[in-house]
Design a protein around this ligand. Sequence first.
Ligand code: HEC
Length: 166
Amino acid sequence: MKKTIAMLFTASLATLSSGAIAFEFPANWSEWKGVNTTLTGIGALPGCEADVSSLPPIYQETVATYCALREGGPGKVNILVAPGSESNYQKRDGHFSDGPQMALHLIDLKAIMFTGYSNGLPVYRTYGEDGKNLTNAMPQLSEETCIVCHTGYEAFCLNGQCGTAK
Ligand code: HEC
């Protein structure tokens, strides 16, 4: 018995040290406000066979990363911003208070990709609409994958926030 508790404790420490301190699933996410972006203008993420050669490279890479999530592509998307953070969002400089702040809602897949902040630094989590944590459910949803674009495309994403002003 003692051994089990010790093992559980070690396991939870390991989770914490791998950066799990982030934010809880925001239960009010469906009340967040939608914003207009390049992606919401496109409206949906297409399947892998789609010709996206006319899109900017980061959008091509987004399609390539996520097209296989479902036959025919992930489908309809929306971008949502937490209440009170709309003006921060419009500045597009990645300055937000801590907690969940922005969401990419995969409407057809009933999943939501969240960008939040912890000590001013971006943190990424994916949840089902029901609050189930899907962050490590598949490689495309892992935080490492999010970082590839949200940190990697410096010209397009600032401190975790992507998207050109509209
Ligand atoms: C292949 C590149 C790529 C990957 C990987 C990626 N994103 Fe994004 N993400 C984008 C682009 C491009 C946009 C801007 C789309 C738009 O609104 O025009 C975006 C937008 C977002 C937004 C809306 C706020 C913003 O920054 O514009 C959130 C929230 C988001 N992504 C979360 C995530 C999470 C969480 C992950 C990992 C599970 C992830 N993204 C992985 C490219 C990517």
